[in-house]
Write a protein that binds this ligand. Sequence first.
Ligand code: ZN
Length: 138
Amino acid sequence: MAYNEHTSCPCGSKKSYINCCKVFHSGKNPETALELMKSRFTAFVVGNIDYIINTTHEDNIEYSRDKSKWREDIEDVVNSTDFNTLEIIEFVDGVDEAYVTFRLGLKQKGLDVSFTERSKFLKIDGKWLYRSGEFLDD
Ligand SMILES: [Zn+2]
């Protein structure tokens, strides 16, 4: 996908990418799980695979100690998927555990593969991480 830092951020904030999720991609810690969730979505759009790996909790089902294999898997998803829309449905904040329910508008090879997920995030050593996700019926 052609991408420009000054166009609006893929997460839907209406700010430019450079003033939004790029701040987190460049090393700032998201203050909330919601910021983390949005910046992970944007990482899929812009293909920032390191960010996806670095913000995944090691107990997540996707987590792999084989980083090069994991990286290839994420690359496959990034290259085969159009990440079209992110709609935040609910955000339940907490001190070290938080939940974000969201709907992703996705297409793969022209097919609609959109889904709704409730994600769990844990704050470990001051850093929010993606712990797990549960698919919800539409
Ligand atoms: Zn953003």
